[in-house]
Design a protein around this ligand. Sequence first.
Ligand SMILES: [Zn+2]
Length: 201
Amino acid sequence: MARTTLDPTDSTDRELIFAVGRVAMASAELEEELRCALSELIGGDQIWIIAEGQSLDWLASYVKLLIASELETYEALIEREDSSKHSSWRRKRHEYLLSISGCLPKIPPLRDSRNVVVHGIWYRECLFRHECKEYCSDSPYGRLDKDAVMYHADRSRMRRESSRQRWSIPQVERLADEITAIRSRLQRARWDMMLASTDNV
Ligand SMILES: [Zn+2]
């Protein structure tokens, strides 16, 4: 009979637990960066009233809406005016919007994997044993790790059959790295924008 939970005293299970913790932490940091992006886009000190406690989905959708709206305004302006007349701040702002906009499509697939990894129940062995191929799927990273221990994450879903995915520890680590990379790109773009704003004063 397969163990229903991981054993925190087992060194391999501990590595997985550590990697899942990294995904949870990276995800919280990405949400915080999206709250900062909202603040940058809207301006003012009161944005926290609506942004605090919101989900990754909500934050990313709101940022997307604001960016689309500001890009539309800016692009209409470019059509009317010679862009060489635009201030370096305005050009920097345009770069900022494009840069954030380029990051946003990467968030939903990472969110889906985050949900499986952080909210799933983890098993060391497949509950379906020989029928694993039939009932379980590979993680979005495929079968990269032929020799690695493949754990199972079983994620309950509303009104649907639960999703059972095979994950190796390096794949969970990779997910944490990818979430962190998106957060760093968003943060770098915002810092560049903030520096441009300071230079413009
Ligand atoms: Zn399986």
